[in-house]
Design a protein. Structure first.
Length: 165
């Protein structure tokens, strides 16, 4: 479905679709070319995309794929589907506590009674203390990053490994 969504932006060659997929969704795991072209063939077979005439290029001739109206309808339906709940009720309570405990500009009243009730329903006092401590540490770290103008997103997995020993 992601390739069809990328085609919805503009007609594209398979190579360009692969490049864009890898950039947006790859997360270090590039999409194999074989999978790209098998998917495009299936989309064409099912009437969701059409191929244009072969165009000469630096390598083999390239085909430009264009989404059809049927494909556009499918993308619209896909985007309109509700996202399934990925969090348990307990996790949603912890996330609500984190959100309400973090927002300062529009939540200066603090954590709502409703959120506290949900948190107490799922966690004991020790777990709540640990959760509140973690939220406070995250907030302190974010504030410190703002103060020292730390560029967001600069963390690389394993960059502090040498400090652990």
């Amino acid at each position: 479905m992601a390739l069809l969504g990328l085609l919805d932006r503009e007609p594209s060659h398979g190579y360009d679709l692969k490049r864009d997929y890898d950039a947006y969704f790859g997360r270090g795991r590039p999409l194999p070319f074989g999978q790209v072209y098998a998917t495009l063939a299936r989309l064409a077979r099912d009437g969701k995309a059409v191929t244009g005439d072969a165009e000469p290029g630096a390598g083999p001739d390239r085909k430009r794929y264009t989404i059809t109206q049927t494909g556009k309808y499918e993308v619209e339906a896909w985007l309109g589907e509700p996202i399934p709940a990925e969090f348990t009720e307990a996790e949603r309570a912890a996330l609500a506590l984190t959100e309400e405990g973090t927002r300062l500009a529009d939540a200066h009243h603090g954590v709502s009674d409703e959120t506290w009730a949900q948190v107490r329903k799922h966690y004991d006092d020790d777990q709540i203390a640990a959760l509140v401590s973690l939220v406070a540490m995250i907030n302190a770290t974010n504030r410190l990053a703002v103060i020292v103008r730390q560029k967001g997103g600069s963390y690389e997995p394993g960059m502090f490994t040498s400090m652990a020993s």
